[in-house]
Write a protein that binds this ligand. Structure first.
Ligand code: FMN
Length: 351
């Protein structure tokens, strides 16, 4: 049996468990990452951050570079297509206090691929390698790259591109073995992950369809990957991370669910502000309260409420015992105000 509590390393960065929390746009806020660490993820990752946004000092983009003291080790993920712009953005990631710079060479979304970023780079190994080498030269942090199998169905391009990126300086690769064309349909073919592992001498992380401890164990054992990455299964369900790392723990109680969701709401409001957070959080209500945990109309009630305070009141009324748990958790976990590091002023380019 594979021990998921075993540590491993990317370059000098030690990662305490063999479970990585996936970068997910519109999901991987600090609250998600800090919760993931608490529930057993050894490494957490920001959602993809635009290098162009960083270059133009876009305020919202710079917000993605905020790192909390209890998130480490943390990767900040960049997407872009220009080696120089990306190298400068990587320097900002380093200054912001991340432990790894991760590069997105897998995003299948048109808005990203039409700019020459994301999965399109899988079609141009020379250019992809130039990006990695520019960044590896510009920063001390280890550089990791996240790939899909290729652009088109059945593609095996990752087996050509992956080793090139390692030659160019990548210290780790993550493979989501679906094609960009597939988006999220079909299934992740981890036999490709095993092939990639045999071709490179850096740790490979297996991403795609890891939804249970059994699946994680099977993929680790058959692919030789250093770690598994968990994405969709962790949405509204941090308990699955605990189960994957430590074994069965039973369903969370209603009180536990409400306590984690309330904490998540409070922290996200601190991070994004009430107005942005109240829209952002709506999908999480369904994720937390679904799985047959609460009656469906209850979620519907929450998503139409205007303020997150009102949502919190209704949640606590539905599981009054959660109050004690919330207090206990808040006492144990340092509050966001204490742990969020202010960005060094140079990050703002003086402006
Ligand atoms: C909503 C959503 C957003 C995502 N955003 C990113 C992203 O910003 N960067 C990235 O590399 N992958 C992103 N992914 C892909 C995931 O990191 C992961 O590779 C994929 O979902 C497969 O893993 P899973 O089956 O565990 O979800 C995203 C996936 C989802 C569902």
């Amino acid at each position: 049996m594979v021990d998921l509590r075993e540590s491993w390393s990317i370059g000098p960065v030690e990662i305490p468990t063999r479970l990585v929390l996936a970068p997910m746009a519109g999901v991987s806020v600090q609250a998600f990452r800090r919760q993931g660490r608490r529930f057993g993820a050894g490494l957490v990752c920001s959602e993809m951050v635009s290098c162009a946004g960083i270059e133009h000092r876009n305020e919202r983009t710079l917000g993605y570079l905020r790192v909390a003291a209890d998130e480490h080790p943390l990767a900040i993920q960049l997407f872009g297509s220009e080696p120089e712009t990306m190298a400068e953005a990587a320097q900002m990631v380093e200054a912001a206090g991340a432990d790894l710079v991760d590069l997105n060479f897998g995003c299948p979304v048109k808005k990203v691929t039409k700019t020459g970023a994301g999965a399109t780079l899988l079609d141009d190994p020379d250019h992809a390698a130039r990006i990695v080498s520019a960044i590896a030269d510009a920063v001390e942090l280890p550089v990791s790259v996240k790939l899909r199998r290729g652009l088109r169905d059945g593609s095996r391009d990752c087996l050509v591109v992956g080793p090139r990126l390692v030659e160019a300086g990548a210290a780790s690769l993550t493979l989501h073995p679906r094609s960009a064309q597939q988006m999220y349909t079909g299934s992740a073919d981890h036999s490709l992950t095993a092939e990639l592992v045999s071709l490179v001498d850096v740790p490979v992380v297996a991403s795609g369809d890891i939804t249970s401890r059994a699946k994680a164990q099977a993929v680790l054992a058959t692919s030789g990957a250093a770690a598994v990455m968990v994405g969709r299964a962790a949405q509204g369900n941090p308990w699955v991370l605990e189960e994957i790392v430590d074994g069965p723990r039973g369903e969370p109680s209603r009180e536990e669910i409400v306590a984690e969701l309330v904490l998540f709401i409070r922290e996200t409001v601190r991070e994004l502000g009430e107005r942005r957070a109240s829209g952002f959080l709506k999908k999480f209500y369904g994720w937390y309260l679904g799985h047959g945990r609460f009656p469906r109309p209850f979620k519907q009630e929450l998503v139409v409420l205007d303020s997150t305070e009102e949502v919190e009141r209704r949640l606590i009324a539905a599981a009054p015992g959660s109050l004690e748990l919330i207090e206990q958790l808040e006492a144990e976990i340092p509050s966001g105000d204490d742990v969020t590091l202010e960005l060094p002023i140079s990050i703002y380019g003086g402006g």
